[in-house]
Design a protein around this ligand. Sequence first.
Ligand SMILES: *Cc1c(COP(=O)(O)O)cnc(C)c1O
Length: 448
Amino acid sequence: MRPVTDVERSLIESANLGSRQQITDEDLQFDRCHIWHPYTSIVSPTPVAAVVAAQGVYLRLRDGSELVDGMSSWWAAIHGYNHPVLNAAVEDQLRSMSHVMFGGLTHKPGIALCQRLVAMTPPPLQTVFLADSGSVAVEVAIKMALQYWQAQGQPQRQRLMSLRGGYHGDTMGAMALCDPEQGMHSLFRAVLPSHVFAPVPDCRFDSDWEESCIQPFEALVRQHGDELAAVVLEPIVQGAGGMRFYSPHYLRRVASLCREWGILLIADEIATGFGRTGKMFACEHAGVVPDIMTLGKALTGGYMTLAATLCTQAVSRGLSEQYPLMHGPTFMGNPLACSVACASIDLLVAGGWQGQVKRLEEGLRRGLMPCAGLAAVADVRVLGAIGVVELKQAVDMHQIQPRLVAEGVWVRPFGKLIYLMPAYIMSDEDLSRLCAGVRRVVQELSGA
Ligand SMILES: *Cc1c(COP(=O)(O)O)cnc(C)c1O
């Protein structure tokens, strides 16, 4: 590298915002008036906590307090924050190149990541599209399915089928697959395609299988089978649409109906992938191999935005017969993101994640099940490293968020759901602190 000039040196010093500068009250005032946070109103913003550092499973706030993080930054930071191996991967890659376009160029981090993804997913999934966020990975999956049927001379197959209670992202195509009532359909109805929705699967993960559970889905397939390009679903765990865990039998039946009717199966593993449910991918609970799979969230261990859409050779070759795959984001295959993703996957595989997730599952059961009898609570459920306390009423975020922070835990409820998805490295002590904080707040809501 060439020597640094004086002007550059002063810019370098002022660019180091994290360690050198304090978040002032004026900064927070600016934040309230000028910055969108997820799903917020500029007129009545929900409170935000100012975080100055993240280490392991702790978030340090501006006032010096430390919170035990129960969210892993929305399923992503599975190894905890500021991890030496992930840091080294980014720093190393930074020294050779932070980004180059993927159009017409390729690079080792991109190749190495796709090699890992092809090796760790079911054998039929052989081709990888590196997208820049989960929603985009879902858009790419939709395009793959639609292009595939056009190339196969079945252009009437242009509708999709999904499950109520699902969540697949916020961009237009992905949004059209989210639950049509809780989702944002009503606001954007005029421009959203109308897809086919089966009811929420009402068979719990470990309950006895009842044939009636699949019948509404089956009836819809019989009605619409010839116009369906693909069924899109979150395997086993419906995440942001309701945190429900459904029976592997249901998924198996969906897969066999898809096969029978020649419909592609798209498994959105963006939330469930990389061990969260106790299997590396949630499809494995049912022994099902989808035609297309989307990955995101934990892909980079929570370090950077990156997602992937994998498909079988039948789909990739089939769709390429007519047109190239019509997608190509500017930051596709970002080398920094790809190298940290490689490191995160290596860490996962080396770290005995099955044991960690099993331990967290037991700890979440111990810590959350006592909520089950409380007046405010409708249901408590745990699967893998996911714990959910479902309340009878929706929470008031203005009230509950500061209470949870006061308990020393970072948990972000939505609607009626208080849910935990800790980093796999969380110790038993921190997990019981986290659960105790949630229990105290739920007890308060119950008037206990
Ligand atoms: C979060 C999520 C998405 C969207 O991913 P973004 O990176 O937020 O765009 C899609 N599908 C599922 C199942 C998700 O959990």
